[in-house]
Write a protein that binds this ligand. Sequence first.
Ligand SMILES: C[S@@+](CC[C@H](N)C(=O)[O-])C[C@H]1O[C@@H](n2cnc3c(N)ncnc32)[C@H](O)[C@@H]1O
Length: 279
Amino acid sequence: MTANTCTTGNDTCTAEYVFDSPSHAGRAQLGHLQTLLDPVTTGFLADVGVWPGMRCLDLGSGNGSIAGWLSDRVGPAGEVIAVDLETDQLDVPPQVEVHRHDIRDGLPVAGGFDLIHARLVLMHLSEREQVLAELIDALAPGGWLVLGETPTPPQEALAAPSADDAALADRVIAAGTRAVQAAGVSPSWAYEVEHHFAGAGLTGIRGSVHAPMITGGDAGALLMSTYVAQVTPLLLAEGLSEDEIARYHALMQDPRFRAWPFLQLVTTAGRKPLEEGQR
Ligand SMILES: C[S@@+](CC[C@H](N)C(=O)[O-])C[C@H]1O[C@@H](n2cnc3c(N)ncnc32)[C@H](O)[C@@H]1O
């Protein structure tokens, strides 16, 4: 068991985050994100440079896969802190320090980080600019901030068992997109991060975009099902029926379904300037 500190100011750590990470669908979502995105994120982080002894923060850790990877890299001389609203689904090595905490209440630990990483977190927060400023403040001189975010491109089914199925898939995604945006998810933040990094004086800014096609039955399609399962009440309120939602889940298992691209991971990194005399 890892230490689990709730420091949100009320003892339930609740917030309006649109998904439910400890639920069955929420855990499955985090597993599919790990499968789809960890190779991209760890490759990017390795390029930025993660070394033994570094002090790292992983914000909105989900199931903790990236916190665990960082912990392997920084070794016993380093430190990894994982922060999330919910921590029941977090599975990290014991040396990772876990904080159950709402980042909108500020950081639960002192700053001075060599690396701060957050994937698919700030895009969910209406206070994202304030949180970004706090994360930059919490960097040590020379420390890197790495944010992975997804924009919301329109999705059109490329192939489906029938034209009605393709139209249904497009309707579900359009309704889901409206619903999560109403809940505060930004459709454009992913591509705005670079501008904010530059404005804050971060240096060495770099980035990448990863956009896999989804095919029924693969991790991308199953991920879509987990999203829909978690926002079903919102989709019903948008006018979709239970039968249509059930058909959507079946389509996401059907290898005749393809769509291109839904999940784009836009990763941006920037470095806090070094202090004079530092290398
Ligand atoms: C879409 S998941 C991404 C999880 C993980 N970073 C990944 O990419 O696999 C977003 C995560 O951010 C956490 N989160 C959302 N709002 C938060 C907040 N205000 N403070 C801390 N964590 C938050 C959620 O609980 C969830 O684990």
